[in-house]
Design a protein around this ligand. Structure first.
Ligand SMILES: [Zn+2]
Length: 303
């Protein structure tokens, strides 16, 4: 009896101990485990949020890149984007240096778009299947947006020729307005983002060309001046061009800024004469691209 009593007593203690340990460990589990799992789930939520954020960011960046690429491709297909070789950005170009005997010339028209004459120049270029380069004034783009849209729609390239065509000295703020505002309106009107600039009058020292240079525009001057702004007779205008014409050259004419009837009248003969001499016509970006390839060819040969 004594033995069985003590057996039950010992067993009772054991049960109590097990129960106590059980309760204690359960309590410990309740105390620790929920916190641990909370912390764990909190961390995984945080990680989830971060990774979701990163994922969204990446998706947005990816989308932007795709949009940009397809926009650029579309723009290029439509002739809206003409990337210039890095070698000409911030450089001043009067003509292209071509060593492989390519007989090409770039026709350029300034101060437009302009009622009457721009459309007539475009008609002549279209008839002859020629692409040219137009250096436009911001104020004229504002006044005649449809004309510039036609210039771009017909595959010609567009450069910046300032807003007002001022010759006087300009501080950096004024120069910035003249150039940036014009580039903006060209873009808003046509989707063309140009990085070609031609200073009015070819003036390089009144602040405006310096701003363009700093902003990495290619400064496009000319090698052959028609002097059509002084309204010479048609034969004289033609002679002015051919006196200075050379392969890789850039021809200066005007479709805007005044009465351009002589230019319009002379243009078919100018085109015919160049063709007779074996020239083909390129845009300024095409000309610069040819020069860039030519220079790379020379470098490769030297190596
Ligand atoms: Zn001009």
């Amino acid at each position: 009896m004594e033995n069985s009593k003590s057996f039950f007593w010992t067993q009772g203690i054991l049960i109590a101990l097990v129960a106590l340990v059980g309760t204690f460990s359960l309590g410990l589990m309740m105390l620790v485990k929920p916190n641990a799992s909370d912390a764990q789930s909190q961390r995984s939520i945080n990680e989830g949020t971060i990774s979701a954020k990163v994922g969204t960011q990446q998706r947005i960046e990816g989308l932007k890149a795709t949009m940009l690429t397809s926009w650029q491709q579309q723009a290029q297909a439509k002739g809206l984007a003409y990337p210039l070789p890095a070698s000409v950005l911030g450089a001043t170009i009067e003509s292209a240096k071509l060593t492989q005997g390519e007989k090409v010339i770039a026709l350029t028209f300034d101060d437009g778009p302009w009622p009457e004459s721009t459309a007539k120049v475009l008609d002549i270029l279209k008839k002859n299947d020629i692409k040219a380069t137009f250096f436009v004034l911001g104020q004229n783009v504002k006044n005649y947006p449809d004309l510039l849209k036609r210039v771009v729609a017909e595959g010609h390239t567009v450069g910046n020729h300032t807003w007002h065509h001022w010759y006087h000295f300009m501080n950096p703020q004024t120069a910035a307005y003249e150039i940036d505002h014009t580039t903006d309106i060209i873009f808003q009107t046509t989707g063309v983002k140009t990085n070609m600039f031609r200073p009015p009058g070819g003036i390089m020292r009144n602040g405006v060309a310096a701003y363009a240079k700093n902003s990495k525009y290619a400064i496009i001057i000319w090698s052959s001046d028609s002097m059509d702004y002084s309204r010479p007779s048609v034969p004289r205008l033609i002679n002015n061009i051919f006196r200075e014409a050379k392969p890789g050259g850039i021809v200066l004419m005007h479709d805007g800024g005044g009465n351009r009837s002589q230019t319009v009248e002379a243009l078919p003969t100018i085109i015919a004469n160049f063709r007779k001499e074996g020239y083909s016509f390129v845009t300024v970006p095409e000309l610069l691209e040819m020069q860039d390839k030519d220079q790379k060819l020379i470098t490769n040969k030297k190596q």
